[in-house]
Design a protein around this ligand. Structure first.
Ligand SMILES: [Zn+2]
Length: 186
């Protein structure tokens, strides 16, 4: 029998949770007996094992990602300064839009943002991505100067300015978290 911690409460159904250290938690209604909880765990043994393998694999992967050194981060910041404002100026000109200031930072969650004061902000880790990804993020933020939302109208503008947007946005979705992990920021 697998070991687990049983937590009873006023809930109506039984559920399983696996902590990041692999510990199994069974949450169950107050009236649940040990025997019922055992049976529930037994029935889901395969699912639990699979989930635990996944957690281990993720942890291993995170450990194998090489962290960026301070020197490397500084180099990325310098490169971002040379590349991003130029890309923003190029697309803004084509789109006929003006923006305020551009700030470049190393951030944990976002690749870019646009303030209501029309200032743009970009993540220097974009320098680890293909130029097409940088352009797609730049265009995304520039389109927010017209539409401060993610409506259909917003995306119409995005696609008009950057037809390959979806392809590179997908690239960022697939590889983004790994890149953010390299900065040691998660
Ligand atoms: Zn957006």
């Amino acid at each position: 029998m697998m070991e687990y911690t049983l937590i009873k409460s006023k809930r109506k159904t039984i559920s399983l949770e696996i902590k990041s250290d692999g510990q199994l938690i069974v949450r169950a209604p107050n009236r649940t007996t040990r025997r019922e909880a055992d049976a529930f765990v037994k029935k889901h043994e395969e699912w639990i094992a699979k989930k635990r393998r996944l957690i281990t694999a993720r942890r291993e992967q995170a450990r194998s990602v090489p962290m960026l050194t301070d020197t490397e981060l500084k180099a990325l910041a310098d490169k971002a300064k040379a590349v991003i404002p130029a890309r923003a100026a190029y697309y803004a000109d084509r789109m006929g839009v003006r923006y305020g200031r551009i700030t470049l930072r190393c951030q944990k969650t976002r690749w870019g943002s646009c303030s209501t004061k029309k200032n743009l902000n970009f993540n220097i880790l974009l320098m680890l991505t293909p130029i097409e990804v940088i352009d797609s993020v730049v265009v995304h933020e520039l389109c927010h100067l017209f539409e401060m939302n993610h409506s259909a109208r917003f995306y119409e503008r995005v696609y008009a300015a950057y037809p390959e947007y979806d392809k590179w946005n997908r690239w960022l979705k697939e590889h983004g978290s790994e890149l953010l992990a390299r900065a040691g920021l998660r």
